[in-house]
Structures are given as structure tokens and as C-alpha cells.
Ligand binder design. Structure first.
Ligand code: FES
Length: 168
């Protein structure tokens, strides 16, 4: 299992989830009217809307930050805060599915008794799924907090989540 830490703005460019958002922005022809759909894509990828991602979207759509911020805060389904102390995004796109993503997701659901979109009762972990995070060469790929875990198996990811929970 290889890991990659993505914490700074510079690292954002390497984040496969940004590629997913970028692809959505291009598909929508950079139209400001597509803001809500693009925000949905971002929230699905991250589980919430991190500030540096909002800045990226703002810049790409040439929108005033106030417009993006007011949209995010107006709709209750958008969140500026991470759901759960730790977030785990399992890619279930075709390349990851073929390489065992479903088994990974099943094991996480079983071990932590939750489904995508939910957080554990103690708020330690939230999980979500994405159809492709744009890192198919790393399949099966899982994003745990700010780390992209490449070529993972179910046991490795469960151990890694448990280690994160113990550390926090
Ligand atoms: S299908 Fe998982 S990264 Fe593309």
C-alpha cells in the first residue's frame, strides 16, 4: 500500500479528487450556473467542502467568493465541516470496482457498522463513496483524511482506519 499526503495548497493539484472536480467544471463549460452541481461533486469527493477546494472552484468559475460562500451556507446539504473526525472515501468506479473496491467497502461497513454518508455514533469516522476519483492507475484507491491510499486491500484499510482512530 502506497500513501500520499495532501495537505497544502500546492499538494491540492496532485489530489485526484481535484481532477474529479476539474472534470466536472470542464463538463459544465465553466458555467457559474453549474455551481451547485459542482459543489455536489466536491462534497461527494471529500465528504464535505474544504476551504481550499472552495477557493479552487471560485477561481475556476470566476465567481466572487461571497457568491460561493453564500450558496454553501444557504443549502443545508452542504457542509463546511468534515463529518467525523476522520473521513474515508472509497472509490467504486469501474477500475477500482474490478480490483476489489466492493469488498473493501463491505469490510469497512461491517467493521465500523455504518453505510456511506453516515458517521459512527462516536463521530470518529465518516465514510463516503465516489464513482471515480481520477486515479484509476492506483486502483483500488481509497482516500483516508488527506491521504490517497493506492492498491489497498480491505484488511490494510481497516487497520489504517483503526490506527487513525487510536491516534486521535
Ligand atoms: S475508478 Fe477509482 S480512481 Fe478511477
Amino acid at each position: 500500500m502506497k500513501t500520499e499526503t495532501l495537505t497544502s495548497d500546492a499538494d491540492l493539484a496532485k489530489d485526484p479528487r481535484i481532477k474529479l472536480i476539474s472534470a466536472k467544471i470542464k463538463k459544465e463549460n465553466f458555467k457559474p450556473d453549474a455551481l451547485i452541481e459542482i459543489l455536489h461533486t466536491a462534497q461527494n469527493a471529500y465528504g464535505y467542502l474544504p476551504m481550499n477546494v472552495l477557493k479552487y472552484i471560485t477561481k475556476q468559475l470566476h465567481l466572487p467568493p461571497s457568491r460561493v460562500y453564500s450558496t454553501v451556507t444557504f443549502y443545508h446539504f452542504f457542509s463546511l465541516k468534515s463529518k467525523g473526525d476522520h473521513t474515508c472515501l472509497v472509490c467504486t468506479g469501474t477500475a477500482c470496482y474490478v480490483k476489489g473496491a466492493q469488498a473493501i467497502l463491505n469490510e469497512i461497513e461491517k467493521q465500523f457498522s455504518l453505510k456511506p454518508g453516515q458517521v459512527t455514533a462516536d463521530n470518529k469516522l465518516g465514510i463516503s463513496v465516489a464513482r471515480c476519483i481520477g486515479a484509476c492507475g492506483l486502483a483500488p484507491a481509497v482516500v483516508l483524511d488527506d491521504e490517497v491510499l493506492a492498491k489497498v486491500n480491505a484488511e490494510e484499510i481497516v487497520n489504517k482506519i483503526n490506527a487513525k482512530i487510536v491516534e486521535s
